[in-house]
Design a protein around this ligand. Sequence first.
Ligand SMILES: [Zn+2]
Length: 277
Amino acid sequence: MIGRRALLATGAALVLLPRARAFASRLSLRGSFEQGGLVVGKVEPGVPVLVDDKSVHVSPEGLFAFGLSYDGETPVRVHAAFKDAPDYEDVIQPVKRQYDIQSITGLPQEYVEPPPETLERMKQEREAIFAARQADTDGIGFAEPLDWPFAGRLSGIYGSQRILNGNPKAPHLGVDIAAPEGTPIRAPADGIVSIADDYYLEGGFTLLDHGHGVSTCYLHQSVRLVTVGQPVKRGDVIGHVGKTGRATGPHCHWGLCWFQMKLDPSRATSTPEPPKA
Ligand SMILES: [Zn+2]
């Protein structure tokens, strides 16, 4: 038997609650219900949760997470099996977004059409990133809204169709924050370093694992200051802004993922833009 109840006021495109506010009901969800949103749930400890019929990792405190994809239009079903009450099921209809077109010119051509000898290297780097994003670890750094990693100017937004040196490319599934080279980049939440390396397109690259499949990544760094396996706390400096890899000027491409699903970091922070430098 399925018990249904209204979960959230419909039409609320963005529901970000203050950090300190406690979850009120036996199962509650917060975050962004837009395409590209990260949703964080809390359920009574010990209650299994399914999202679209797949079991999700629930922490001992009852925390769990899932993402809404960039272009997903089908409703996402959240199901919890209580022992002493009818099963809970709710349906989230992702709020559809309009995405921009962004044209970038002046990129060195070897980054727009990488030379054949770099293809094997890029394949290995993609595979390393894929493997790291598959991790489903116990951390709960994902459970609080993220901090912006540094103050700066939002120079590229999530979802834009990219046209690089005139060539249409895949959408931009992260945000770009421009700031002077050498600006310290800080961990937006607690986590563990799962990749810290120099990659072809990404340049100085760090991936942080915040638990339950939620990760963030930092590209184009001039300096990396953490190593694989190292725990980081919210606010720790992990590297410096640079322009390594495929970049026309100093900025950090900041990505947020739920496993392989690329989400919008600017919808997982308490404010939609970084603080002004
Ligand atoms: Zn970017």
